[in-house]
Design a protein around this ligand. Sequence first.
Ligand code: SF4
Length: 206
Amino acid sequence: MPSKKEELLAQIDRAVKTCHGCRLWRTATHAVPGEGSFKAPIMFVGEGPGYHEDKLGRPFVGRAGSLLDRLLLRNEISREEVFITNVVKHRPPDNRAPMKDEARACLPFLIQQIKVINPKIIVTLGRSALEVFLKDKPIGEMHGQGFKLGNRVIFPLYHPAAALRSPAVLQILERDFRNLPKIMRGEILPKEIEIKSKDINQMKLI
Ligand code: SF4
């Protein structure tokens, strides 16, 4: 019998699949609500589904997903320990970044997923996901470090797709990723961070 949390996640999935909250559903093939363990201590939040994700309705299944899988394996983090989703649940055309109004429209789903799963660590992949949690913070300064936000740790990383385009970014991503198990084990303590623009949605995330 599914647990209460599994039922709630299934409800969110159904709501995503019938959502017309922004323009993105019109050009997408499938909604991609996210997948993983309902009791995951780590949640990965990417930008939005790409070509392969849109075709299959699953997150991170293309080349960027393979890289993420390799990084998880190399750092001995099992799939059972993670939940993977995106800022927007339908694919932006031509893999462009989500627009602000699209990210805002989709945010309630991410907030609900966080509330249900209650992860200790949220790994943001790329600039769009970082912007949702830590506004106006450049990824170039934040990547690879943990930041305390309420009861959670936000751990910003470069997006695996960016790493596939640049060997230098790949090297940084591989190095940064090695900090994730250390943060999980409490060997690296998260930094305190001042949130200047506390908006209502941001506060709902923590
Ligand atoms: S991207 Fe999000 S807000 Fe936009 S239609 Fe899809 S589920 Fe709804």
